[in-house]
Design a protein around this ligand. Sequence first.
Ligand code: PBG
Length: 336
Amino acid sequence: MRRTRQYPWLRDMVAETVVTPHDLILPLFIREEEMDPMIPGLEGIKRLTVSECLHQVEEALRHHIPAVILFPCVPTSLKTMDGDEALNPDNLVCRTLKTLKNAFGNAIGLITDVALDAYTTHGHDGVIQNKRVDNDPTLEKLVRQSLIQVEAGSDIIAPSDMMDGRVTRIRSALDDRGYQDKLIMSYAVKYASTFYETYRAAVGAGKVQDSEHSYLCDKRTYQQDYRNLYESLHEVSLDVNEGADMLLVKPGVLYLDVLHQVKKTFQMPTFVFHLAGEVALLKCASAQGLIRFDEALMETMIAFKRAGADSIITYAALDVAKILLRDAKLYSAYSP
Ligand code: PBG
């Protein structure tokens, strides 16, 4: 076996997996002017104002990254029990969408998260009735949230809420309003994971304490049980039948088996979410001198691709793209 491993050119020649900037989606945390830009644990990644977003998207475009996904840090004063700021056509996400669409047209894809957690005081993804997250009243809001987002310029709606039946409802609402061409990237597999804590801190989800709902909010009645694979495949099949255009598996690093099965079984465009918490682990370990960030990051990207990901949502997308440009030979055949 060592014959084919002798030289870099030989290893490149037999390499089975490649990552290019086209395989990346860059998430952006967006904020109002007066909010703190710093994010705990994510050194080098900041919450951006609308105008800073313009620069970041320009940089993504220059690095051949095909799309960005927006996550709003909603001011505490706008959060309520039922998250109705999500339905305000002039909210932070919609204003950012309009600005970006205006500036970039169809040169880069705009993806938006659909869920209520950024807008609710308790941080749950839906509305609470009788002490539980209530499925159908939440669907009504998710549909309206999707519609205002496409009206503002979103190209791809990415529902991350994990309510049952949301893909059908969103698809038919989009079709009825003449948005047949807008896509749905369904969080088809989303496990209830403790690794979301870094993200929740970054967007301030569930930060407003009240007596009944704690900050460390438990989403296990709607997100999937990480002990189950076949249940997840069943759930993916529902989203496929409901009209999802693309499938997303989340978290990433610990769930390569699931990612592989989803790609193999459904053979649809399949994306993976490299979580904020997963990027933070790499950043913390490298800050301690325990690993080299660039190498660890690229190994992670290749692992996602090898497992079956067509594209990777990662907060480190610009780092990956820069590493590829700097050292195209080492990781892929890509050159600009
Ligand atoms: C909310 C949402 C979450 C993430 C994306 N959308 C967290 C959650 O469900 O609590 C996680 C992203 C990350 O961890 O980087 N619907």
